[in-house]
Design a protein around this ligand. Structure first.
Ligand code: SF4
Ligand code: SF4
Length: 356
């Protein structure tokens, strides 16, 4: 079997998945040079020190570091210092192989090829694979402007509070809007935290920013009608994306791929006080990303089953007719990323076995 096919199989062992396809092999060819791919096959999703990789490869540590550093600079693998020594790991498709090389930018011809290949790969394979995740990989964080103290606010749902826990924050460009180009919404709104922020800032994939600047990003995103989403676990967030319904690979699971559970909903729902509604249609036509509001006889009617609790409809209502209320039977997210991954793996197996 060709090395690139072996690498696809190895990447497919990650809980996020990396299904077999011609497009993905072409993506791997663009991200890993022929002389690098054998070395990549010695990596794991856990960090491995350079001296161990050198022993396995049977080449000098210097040569190993030189090759792996070049791959890390491209955003094709992860690099970190562990106990004073360089260490490397494979990246999953999300967040990782899709995002980092596109966010890094560079040669426009390669970027254009990558964009086209990821578009096709997502449509043919990856959207279905991401849809298998139960619980979903990402969850909606309500717009800060829509949160009031009338209801219990769960600390892990307040994006600014979660960001305040991070030791490092990095800001990068949205790979979904760069590749899809279906809207004019801002692209410089992708926030990463701690370990991911370290790596991304060090490799020029994103830049380090302050907490105040990160809060401004949230405000700008809300103003532009972007949905805050974060990794679907309660403790430290890995990232906050600001998603549009037309380009985002995750939000499109709902808007395009008929999977209402493609993202975990927030603990809120939109409530519309119809006596206050003047029928302007802003909430339904301009703000709601998932078409959860219908205009009936000039009155806005929300659909509780569709509403993801993003709160984007609240701030732009000219008569303050909308507020967020608590959702019944809210399902709490897993506490940690590990718990989230374990549950996804278990449920994917159950789904696949049922299909057999
Ligand atoms: S934005 Fe407010 S006033 Fe306008 S349709 Fe929606 S609820 Fe009614
Ligand atoms: S109705 Fe639409 S915009 Fe409003 S909170 Fe629900 S999903 Fe968000």
């Amino acid at each position: 079997m060709h090395h690139y096919h072996k690498l696809q199989e190895l990447l497919n062992t990650h809980p996020v998945g990396a299904p077999k396809s011609e497009e993905f092999i072409e993506i791997l060819r663009l991200l890993f040079k022929p002389e690098e791919v054998e070395l990549a096959l010695l990596l794991d999703f856990k960090l491995k020190k350079a001296n161990e990789i050198a022993k396995q490869a049977g080449i000098s540590q210097e040569e190993v570091i030189q090759k792996l550093e070049a791959m890390a600079d491209r955003g094709a693998i992860l690099a970190k210092i562990v106990e004073g020594e360089p260490a490397y790991a494979l990246l999953p498709n999300y967040p990782g192989l899709f995002e980092y090389p596109i966010m890094k930018g560079g040669d426009s011809d390669t970027q254009a090829k990558l964009a086209k290949l990821w578009q096709a790969y997502y449509m043919k394979h990856m959207a279905a694979e991401l849809s298998l995740a139960n619980p979903p990989w990402l969850r909606v964080l309500p717009a800060e402007e829509a949160l009031t103290e009338d209801f219990e606010i769960l600390p892990f749902e307040v994006a600014s509070q979660m960001m305040a826990k991070a030791k490092k924050i990095a800001l990068g460009n949205c790979p979904c809007r760069i590749t899809e180009k279906k809207c004019q919404r801002p692209i410089d709104v992708c926030l990463s935290f701690d370990g991911a922020a370290d790596f991304m800032a060090e490799r020029g994939i994103a830049r380090e920013i302050s907490l105040d600047e990160a809060k401004e990003v949230l405000t700008r995103a809300e103003e532009s009608g972007l949905v805050h989403t974060g990794s679907n676990n309660q403790n430290n967030l890995l990232f906050i994306c600001n998603c549009c319904p037309c380009c985002c690979h995750m939000l499109r699971l709902i808007t395009e791929h008929n999977n209402p559970n493609g993202l975990a909903k927030s603990s809120y729902l939109a409530k519309i006080y119809t006596s206050e509604c003047i029928g302007c249609g802003i909430c339904a036509e301009e703000r709601c990303p998932v078409k959860a509001i219908e205009m009936k006889e000039d009155i806005a009617i929300p659909n509780n089953d569709k509403c993801i609790g993003c709160g984007l409809c609240v701030s732009k209502c000219p008569t303050n007719a909308i507020s967020l209320i608590k959702r019944n039977n809210y399902e709490f997210p897993p506490e940690t990323v590990k718990e989230l991954s374990n549950r996804v793996v278990k449920n994917k197996e159950i789904k696949r076995n049922k299909k057999k």
